[in-house]
Design a protein around this ligand. Structure first.
Ligand SMILES: Cc1cc2nc3c(=O)[nH]c(=O)nc-3n(C[C@H](O)[C@H](O)[C@H](O)COP(=O)(O)O)c2cc1C
Length: 183
């Protein structure tokens, strides 16, 4: 089964989760990169980001190195920005319509809140959403053990998702054969 982990990050928290999942599942890993770099600090910068989120702006992004539609299962990760997903997904889903795929969403944020993923899921109603995972900023934990614990949780979740996706794929293949060969 072909698995892609697609993510965006500014400070590296979402990247840490994305890398842990991709390593554990031997999946391809693709980062969505803005053409214009982003700082995560400064009053005016934050105001600009808030406007981007509220107005559903589509910041320019570089072309993806892989096409998510070529994969059976796609993990999509985002930092939480003002109770929503990162605006790069407005751009991406405007260009690439993902449908009929198996999808799982993950996010990192300051708080325990999955609103961002609920909003991101609105773009993916034509796919099968297998699950959502949110965690608090893994790379800024007080100890390495705490960081590892969060990443281990993410990996355990992702492995369950991959297993479920594999079972679904096998069932779909069986149904397809039944239709073709009529057995
Ligand atoms: C512009 C901006 C807005 C944010 N808004 C929220 C928020 O509404 N809720 C939250 O829990 N965290 C919020 N955060 C914190 C980030 O979601 C958190 O630090 C996340 O782990 C960053 O991911 P990254 O390191 O992959 O960029 C915000 C951070 C930034 C830069």
């Amino acid at each position: 089964m072909k698995i892609l982990v697609l993510y965006n990050t500014v400070d590296g928290n979402t990247q840490a989760v994305a890398e842990a999942i991709a390593n554990a599942l031997d999946a391809d890993l693709v980062k969505i990169v803005r053409v214009k770099g982003v700082r995560a600090y400064g009053f005016f910068t934050k105001l600009k980001h808030r406007m981007e989120v509220v107005r559903k702006k589509k910041p320019d992004i570089f072309p993806l190195r892989k096409d998510p539609r070529d994969y059976d299962l796609v993990f999509i990760g985002t930092p939480v920005w003002y109770d929503s997903y990162n605006p790069v997904y407005n751009t991406l889903f405007d260009v690439i319509k993902i449908y009929d795929r198996k999808i799982a969403l993950f996010s990192t944020g300051e708080e325990e809140d999955t609103k961002a993923l609920d909003k991101l899921a609105d773009y993916l109603v034509d796919s099968v959403l297998l699950g959502k995972f949110h965690c608090v900023e893994p790379i800024w934990c007080d100890t390495d053990e705490e960081t590892q614990e969060i990443l281990d949780k993410a990996v355990a979740w992702a492995k369950n998702i991959a297993q479920e996706a594999q079972q679904m794929k096998e069932k779909e293949e069986l149904e397809r054969r039944k239709t073709i060969y009529k057995y």
